[in-house]
Design a protein around this ligand. Structure first.
Ligand code: GLN
Length: 480
């Protein structure tokens, strides 16, 4: 087995037993990236110097006979909307092309405290807006299973890097599926935590009431390791919550699984439906009780609600990129005529933001403007409550919900990028989860013509442990 194929636990054991050093491990990942990222394009920035010097520090600790935490010396990648001190952080946008992060995000601080080795920053859709990584201002990432296809988005760089063994694990962010959908397209595990479980401090905000950081890993056990490290209350994020890791080991026997009937209706690829249903059958064979449930608001109205609330928050969050405070500025260009302060704002934003970002800022500004606020934003907030109540009702009867992560396998590069509506539709099974703030995981559950398919398991708030345990049982009973 190559070093880059090891799980976190295997690599940790190898380091402890001195079968290889942290330097060997880091070099193996850097070599791999050097060799194959020319074709996959998952990294925006690779940081070999700081990675190797961090690995060396861990090797010194091991030589001194010190006990090392499980993530020490393990190489990982970070989505480029999460700040890592002194490293360029662009959110895949021209407007932040030269921005150097002045501090570490809280999750990065926690990982560094464990001795994590950061290999670099991964490609994404600009400001996390998209489902294919094609909205990156720099280049598109390719799906390692089929390079003519997208890796999913917006954390496509992180998912592709993990799937192609260019990192041991990666971090992503999920506002409406951006961890789960690329994990599903690339055949890896993606956990979107409960809103508030992981601090958002140092995450470049897209839609603050929906954004969450989470792990993208090769196995479920690894997602749990990383989640346990990054979760918890942070005084720098008032929406974060003290997290109690449960000591219960959840089992499948007598587990009540809800299968929302609306998630298997029109629009789903029949092959995806077959594979996901047979995964659910497998749980039944393992002793779970399957029950059909209904989530009327969550399916019918989730996407429309998301595409009002998200752009509204986007329009407010992205107002800070004004050509003065951060990054790209038309003031710097002496060639073009900038006539007034307003002109600086307008020109910097028009040139710094890509088309999809501009579209969402305009939609959000419209939805929030006087006269329209009640009709759009306020109405959407009311429907958001109904969506949350949909879940509260079914979670009285069942312990978890199972659905496909995405209605189709990875689509072709270029297939949806010119049609925003088609692209938005690919988020259909994920939007309600973010609107209700629930935890959900996507795990590989089969393949259609060599393309991975994801099973989404949705849990009650703060029941990450339960969905991780039962996902782990499925993973161990299968071989894909
Ligand atoms: N596809 C979603 C969108 O375009 C992804 C958002 C996200 O999770 N970052 O809004």
């Amino acid at each position: 087995m190559e070093l880059t194929e090891l799980t976190i636990t295997q690599a940790h054991e190898g380091l402890k037993k001195k079968r290889f050093s942290a330097l060997d491990l880091t070099e193996a990942f850097l070599d791999k990236t050097n060799n194959i990222d020319k074709k996959i394009f998952s990294f925006l920035v690779v940081t070999p110097e700081s990675a190797l010097s961090q690995a060396k520090k861990i090797d010194d600790l091991i030589l001194q006979g010190k006990k090392i935490p499980v993530l020490a010396g393990i190489p990982m990648a970070v989505k480029d909307n999460i700040l890592v001190e002194d490293i360029r952080c662009t959110a895949a946008s021209r407007i932040l092309e030269t921005y150097i992060a002045p501090y570490d995000a809280t999750c990065i601080k926690k990982l560094k405290a464990q001795g994590a080795v950061i290999l670099g920053k991964t490609n994404m859709d600009e400001f996390a807006m998209g489902s294919s990584t094609e909205h990156s201002a720099f280049f598109s990432t390719k799906n390692p299973h089929d390079q003519s296809r997208v890796p999913g988005g917006s954390s496509g760089g992180s998912a592709a890097a993990a799937a192609a063994n260019m990192c041991c694990y990666a971090l992503g962010s999920d506002t409406c599926g951006s961890i789960r959908q690329p994990a599903s397209f690339c055949g890896v595990v993606g956990l979107k935590p409960t809103y508030g479980a992981v601090s958002r401090y140092g995450l470049i905000a897209m839609a603050s009431s929906l954004d969450q950081i989470g792990p993208i890993t090769k196995t479920v056990a690894e997602a749990k390791i990383v989640f346990d490290v990054i979760s918890g209350k942070d005084p720098l994020d008032s929406t974060s919550i003290k997290y109690q890791v449960s000591s219960i080991k959840y089992q499948v026997s007598n587990l009540r699984i809800g299968v929302p009937k609306e998630y298997f209706a029109k629009g789903i690829d029949p092959e995806v439906e077959k594979i996901v249903k047979s995964a659910i059958k497998k749980y039944e064979a393992l002793g779970a009780n399957i029950e059909e449930v209904s989530l009327p608001y969550s399916t019918e109205h989730a996407l429309a609600t998301y595409y009002i609330i998200m752009p509204s928050e986007v329009s407010a969050n992205l107002a800070r990129y004004d050509g003065i405070k951060y990054g790209y500025s038309k003031v710097e260009s002496r060639k073009s005529k900038v006539e007034s302060l307003l002109d600086v704002y307008l020109k910097s934003r028009a040139e710094g933001f890509g088309e999809e970002v501009r579209r969402r800022i305009m939609l959000g500004t419209y939805a929030l403007s006087a006269g329209y606020y009640e009709a759009y934003y306020l109405k959407a907030q009311k429907i958001r409550t109904l969506i949350r109540e949909d879940f509260e009702r079914v979670f009285k009867k069942v312990d978890v919900l199972m659905t496909p992560t995405s209605p189709t396998p990875a689509f072709k590069l270029g297939e949806k990028v010119l049609s925003p509506l088609l692209m938005y539709l690919s988020d259909i099974y994920m939007a309600a989860v973010n609107l209700a703030g629930l935890p959900a995981i996507s795990i590989p559950c089969g393949k259609v013509e060599n393309l991975p398919i994801g099973l989404q398991i949705i849990g009650k708030p703060f029941e990450e442990d339960r969905i991780l345990d039962i996902a782990d049982i499925f993973e161990k009973s299968n071989n894909f």
